[in-house]
Design a protein around this ligand. Structure first.
Ligand code: MG
Length: 159
């Protein structure tokens, strides 16, 4: 088995949709990014790529590339899954923590888990997503942005 961790943070900005775990969430601010700004999926991609020894999301999907402008991050996650399969590995389970003062995440967690399970080709009980505030401390606490931490376990198939 192999383990990886990922971290990402994006800044809130007006005039953008807020998309987290592939779910569009009603909020007055979205996240600034070259892609759709799905910070949860970016952290997860980095955890998966890290576990596989494949570098990071910026290496595979550079934000200098027009091909990835505004892209649905679930497309990136599915490509990461394919890269992992190509290395004879498959995800075992993933655990993700979002850090945000607002909006409330709990109504959306189940849909986020289903999206990620589908993109990883896993049963939904292998996906855990949770959210916390920081009681007003730091950039997330001041509502300047959202951060996400992820860990992922990969299973290597023996041949
Ligand atoms: Mg990012």
């Amino acid at each position: 088995m192999r383990i990886g961790q990922g971290y990402d943070a994006h800044r809130f900005t007006p005039g953008r949709k807020l998309v987290l775990g592939g779910v569009q969430i009603e909020h007055e601010l979205g996240l600034a990014a070259h892609s759709d700004g799905d910070v949860l999926i970016h952290a997860l991609c980095d955890a998966l790529l890290g576990a596989a020894g494949l570098g990071d999301i910026g290496r595979h999907f550079p934000d200098s590339s027009e091909a990835f402008r505004g892209i649905d991050s679930r497309i990136l996650l599915r490509q990461v899954t394919e890269k992992i399969h190509g290395r004879n590995m498959r995800p075992g389970n993933v655990d993700i923590t979002m850090v945000a003062q607002a909006p409330r995440m709990s109504p959306h967690i189940e849909s986020m888990c289903s999206n990620i399970a589908a993109d990883l080709g896993l049963p939904v009980d292998r996906i855990n997503i949770k959210a916390t505030t920081t009681e007003g401390m730091g950039f997330a606490g001041r509502g300047e942005g959202i951060a996400a931490y992820a860990v992922a376990l990969l299973e290597e198939s023996r041949t």
